[in-house]
Design a protein around this ligand. Structure first.
Ligand SMILES: NC(=O)c1ccc[n+]([C@@H]2O[C@H](COP(=O)([O-])OP(=O)(O)OC[C@H]3O[C@@H](n4cnc5c(N)ncnc54)[C@H](OP(=O)(O)O)[C@@H]3O)[C@@H](O)[C@H]2O)c1
Length: 244
């Protein structure tokens, strides 16, 4: 299986790459931090992965996307799975105080992914098979006071994926939206952890399973589907007063 991972040094991406490595998959890895990327390549190599290539890219700079994906294609030739994992949890108060900060967050979590998806759509349509998997978040299901700029960026991607899924269906291409709940990773290092938290390894398992079963939208762990059903059903009159 030929797999491209964007944001490959994310904790969830790493755990997913390790699972695919054990199956002997051929991987191409793209991440921003060169040192962490080299470490990951060495780690996966030991686990039996064939690393076709890796490159460093600041994914928020969309001008570099086309060239990067040309490099990927010249190496992999075809892509069975493209997995988009990069993301950044911004400071909500800072976003509310400055549009520039909000714009940066929306760009990295939302627009940069749309740019990648635009190019992927072309690649996957041409090859006529494969899966495009994107990590969004349960935060995109409803705009909550503590993180609505991040949530809005993820909702942008989820809505885009709903349409893209239908557009690519006649071309034999599968599109999966992965919605994790609370995951203990560097992104959430400062948060106090509780019973609803899960590990990148657990999320990685559901990603591999969701892709192989051609699921369309997964909540991971699964109980987040129920939690979000409840959150989404709270009447707006009440929801506007909730601080969580
Ligand atoms: N952790 C959670 O509770 C949670 C919940 C729901 C959804 N998610 C989503 O899950 C995905 C993976 O996050 P994670 O939990 O694994 O956190 P993580 O380990 O902090 O990973 C985030 C990754 O995004 C990369 N990144 C950020 N901006 C980038 C840019 N401009 N260009 C390239 N890479 C960039 C970071 O690269 P550097 O190493 O260079 O910083 C890092 O590898 C994200 O999309 C996140 O929004 C996480």
């Amino acid at each position: 299986m030929k797999i491209l991972i964007m944001g490959a040094t994310s904790a969830i991406a790493k755990a997913t790459a390790r699972l695919y490595a054990e199956t002997g998959a051929e991987l191409f890895l793209i991440a921003r931090n060169e040192v962490r990327l080299e470490e990951l390549v060495a780690d996966l190599d030991v686990r039996g992965a064939k690393i076709s290539g890796h490159l460093t890219l600041d994914i928020s700079k969309t001008a570099g996307h086309k060239k990067a994906l040309e490099t990927v294609l010249s190496s992999l030739e075809k892509i069975d799975l493209a997995l988009i994992c990069h993301g950044d949890l911004p400071d909500q108060a800072a976003c509310e105080n400055s549009f520039k900060v909000a714009q940066k967050a929306i760009n990295v979590n939302g627009l940069s992914t749309i740019s990648l998806l635009t190019i992927f759509a072309d690649i996957f349509k041409t090859q006529g098979f494969g899966s495009i998997a994107v990590i969004t978040s349960v935060a995109g299901d409803r705009g909550r006071q503590p993180n609505f700029v991040y949530g809005a960026s993820k909702a942008l991607v989820s809505t885009y994926l709903q349409g893209l899924r239908g557009a690519l269906l006649p071309h034999g291409v599968h599109v999966i939206d992965i919605k994790p709940g609370l995951v203990d990773s560097p992104m959430t290092a400062a948060f106090e952890k509780g019973p609803l938290w899960s590990s990148p390894e657990l999320v990685a398992k559901s990603i591999v399973k969701g892709v192989s079963k051609k699921r369309l939208v997964i909540y991971t762990p699964g109980y987040w589907r129920l939690i979000m059903m409840v959150v989404v059903s709270i009447p707006e009159l009440i929801f506007q007063r909730l601080k969580f």
